[in-house]
Design a protein around this ligand. Structure first.
Ligand code: 5GP
Ligand code: MN
Length: 336
């Protein structure tokens, strides 16, 4: 393991750097990656952000977005960059399976691997670890990595601030989750002072839906939401045909689960969706209920206490049935 002084020294001269993040990148994945990108390019490094897969339109506007490489579209070039990199930053994930095929490329690369992350149970593949499960976002950790570890608050410019604000805002569900501490709000205030235009970022992320997406949301809430009052749980399950019928795009299903969780008294909400190769689950919970435990134990997944995900090889219907059969095990936790 490297210490901060050694990493700092490495960063003192221009380096070949790759920044990567988890597949199906969310706001924190792209916000933390591009925040760090915009920091590093100010020091003359050669930096490439590589996302394992594509990401939704509503995230494709942050400063530096046009420079992002999508691995699936440019596998050879990406492999070359990873092999030649002197440093690979791994942001918002801590297990190489989260970057699909890129995982082995990163493992085999001779680069110094830096993990900046806030998920549980990190895999041991890194040379430098900046990891804190209490952080509300990887973007929060990128901020304190720059300000406290590298001691360069002067390089938090408007571009860095915009990206990091987006990561913190999206991963804390708009400053709503319990990990949105006073310290987080202080960081956010600093980011606004550094040039993040908060109202504009909210608009770009949350008020930028297509008409189709909103109609699809209406369909999910009106026709597809099942409430299980005895378990304080709401489940929305949608088929591939429904996704097609509403002409949904990557990211259009994002956030729908939060509407189910917003019902008074509901402690656990699940959004279950039939993808081409698997059934994917998104779980959200209120307060102490450990949504990640269900994902980890039963659905080959994980995540945070209040926001977790997993997958299933069963059919959509069978997956929902399986979830319902698990609920009695958690009844006491759910109804307290
Ligand atoms: P989402 O429901 O938005 O897909 O994911 C919510 C959170 O759960 C993510 O931030 C991620 O930490 C975690 N997560 C989602 N899917 C998986 C998965 O398949 N495996 C693991 N380990 N974590 C996941
Ligand atoms: Mn995150």
């Amino acid at each position: 393991m490297l210490d901060t002084a050694a990493l700092s020294q490495l960063l003192n001269q221009p380096c070949k750097i790759v920044i990567t993040t988890h597949h199906k990148p969310d706001g924190d994945a792209m916000g933390s990656s591009l925040g760090l990108y915009n920091y590093l390019i100010q020091q003359g490094h050669h930096v490439q952000v590589i996302a394992p897969t594509d990401y939704p339109e509503f995230l494709a506007w942050m400063p530096g977005n046009e420079e992002v490489m999508i691995y699936t579209g440019q596998t050879e070039k990406a492999a070359e960059l990873i092999a030649q990199a002197e440093i690979v930053f791994c942001l918002d994930f801590n297990n190489l399976t989260r970057i699909n095929e890129m995982g082995e490329l990163v493992r085999q690369s001779s680069a110094v691997k830096v993990m900046i992350d806030h998920h549980l149970e990190p895999e041991d593949f890194d040379d430098y670890r900046y990891w804190n499960i209490n952080a509300c976002a990887a973007a929060q950790l990128v901020y304190s990595f720059i300000v406290e570890e590298l001691q360069r608050p002067d390089l938090i410019n408007a571009d860095v601030a915009t990206c990091l604000y987006t990561g913190i805002m999206t991963d804390s569900a708009s400053f709503r989750l319990p990990n949105t501490t006073a310290a987080v709000h202080r960081i956010v205030a600093n980011l606004i002072e550094a040039g993040a235009v908060n109202w504009r970022i909210h608009e770009l992320i949350y008020s930028n839906s297509s008409e189709n997406r909103l109609r699809f949301l209406g369909h999910c809430l009106s026709n597809k939401m099942e409430i299980l009052p005895e378990f304080k749980t709401a489940i929305i399950a949608v088929t591939r045909e429904e996704l097609k019928k509403y002409d949904t795009n990557t990211g259009d299903t994002e956030g729908i689960v939060n509407f189910a969780l917003s019902i008074a008294g509901i402690r656990l909400a699940a959004f279950v969706v039939e993808r081409t190769d698997m059934v994917k689950l998104s779980l959200r919970s209120k307060g102490e209920f450990p949504a990640n435990e269900i994902c980890k134990k039963y659905f080959k997944g994980g995540g945070h206490r209040n926001a977790a995900g997993g997958q299933s090889d069963l059919s959509l219907e069978q997956t929902v049935e399986k979830l319902k059969q698990i609920l009695p095990e958690y009844k006491t936790l759910l109804i307290q």
